[in-house]
Design a protein around this ligand. Structure first.
Ligand code: GLY
Length: 356
């Protein structure tokens, strides 16, 4: 039997009145069989390159030695942040519209129900560790801009130039084509911008444009859960634009009795949908991590349909639960929906589902 495309199935199901619950249509939609639980401890990242694997290797050493999920996710995130060739996170990240690298990050410790975050942090290569300082050494959750840098310096961090030559050259190229790719403008310009800049933009200009980010989530041998989301944010952003990564509930959420979720992609939509919190709530209601990530994609698509827009924001969600199950979903259809996971059996790339 020919498989009905998922989106068409959704529309047919809706037409038949199936799944029309108060919780929303996505709640009733069958999903891909979830992967088997791999047991705990377990750590995963949304990064699927060599740096992501290296990050999990170092995080795993902590977990295998009986260390905490919190220490493991910080170590893993630091590895990715310090990679100068990664233009989406930490050192080497693509800068804002003025050529300045401004970093966002959050960390959450399920064991203590505590969280910390920094936004628009300049000059510090490992923003997730500064977020941990906010969490552990202040009574606040989010500190931004010069205040975040000042805190880092007070605790011994050195302010460094984060703009690599590769990122600077990419910024110069963007500035020469500013009109098609900037964040300012009337509605028709912004609509074009959301589609990635319009057909007139040369391919070499589009290649370096991104909302890249990474999530590192872990559950340790005691069953405690922690997570980090860290990013250089939207490339060429308006200075001091803050994305979803440092917003608890949007780019990251952890509930020690349930699991953790993280988001990458267009932060504006992740903030509006509180996507990570939504995913953790769905897991609390009994959905597997894979199902809950798919639910988040459907929820966001439904929101745009409800206001008559055929807009599919680029997003990827990853999640794990206390039992060591994990999942990943992305949009639009055909986009990267993979994560890297490290468990007792080794390191593997898991492919979830792309929709929309
Ligand atoms: N998800 C990263 C950002 O939008 O800033």
């Amino acid at each position: 039997m020919k498989k009905m495309p998922r989106r068409r199935f959704l529309r047919s199901a809706a037409a038949l009145g199936l799944g029309a619950t108060a919780a929303g249509r996505w709640a009733q939609v069958p999903t891909r069989t979830p992967p088997p639980g791999r047991g705990i401890p377990l750590v995963l990242t949304s990064h699927t390159n060599d740096t992501g694997r290296e990050a999990l290797g170092q995080a795993w050493e902590i977990l295998a030695g009986g260390g905490t999920a919190l220490d493991a996710v910080e170590r893993g995130a630091n590895v990715i942040e310090l990679d100068p060739d990664d233009t989406s996170v930490g050192y080497g990240g693509l800068p804002n519209a003025e050529g300045v690298v401004q970093l966002d990050a959050s960390i959450m410790d399920g064991r203590t129900y505590s969280a910390g975050a920094v936004a628009a942090l300049e000059g510090i290569k490992t923003p997730s560790s500064v977020a941990r300082l906010v969490m552990e050494r202040t009574d606040h959750v989010l500190i931004v801009g010069p205040g975040a840098q000042r805190l880092a310096v007070d605790f011994g961090y050195r302010v460094e130039n984060l703009l690599t030559e590769r990122a600077r050259q990419a910024w110069l190229r963007w500035r020469e084509n500013l009109s098609e790719l900037d964040d300012w403008g009337p509605p028709e310009h912004l609509a074009r911008r959301r589609r990635g800049g319009g057909g007139e933009v040369p391919p070499h200009e589009r290649a370096e444009f991104h909302y890249g980010t990474t999530n590192v989530l872990a559950v340790d041998a005691k069953g405690d859960i922690a997570g980090v989301t860290t990013t250089s944010g939207l490339s060429w952003k308006i200075p001091y634009r803050v994305g979803d990564s440092p917003i608890i509930g949007a780019g990251l959420y952890v509930d020690n009795s349930v699991g953790a979720a993280g988001a990458t992609g267009r932060g504006e939509d992740v903030i509006k949908s509180c996507a990570s919190y939504f995913i953790v709530l769905r897991m609390k209601e009994g959905r597997t991590p894979q199902q809950a990530c798919e639910d988040a994609v459907e929820m966001i698509l439904d929101r745009y349909r409800a206001v008559g827009l055929d807009f599919v924001p680029p997003e990827k969600f990853v999640a794990l639960n206390k039992a060591g199950q994990y999942g990943c979903a992305s949009m639009p259809s055909g986009s990267d929906c993979r994560l890297t996971v490290r468990h007792q059996g080794g390191t593997e790339t898991y492919e979830g589902v792309s929709l929309g």
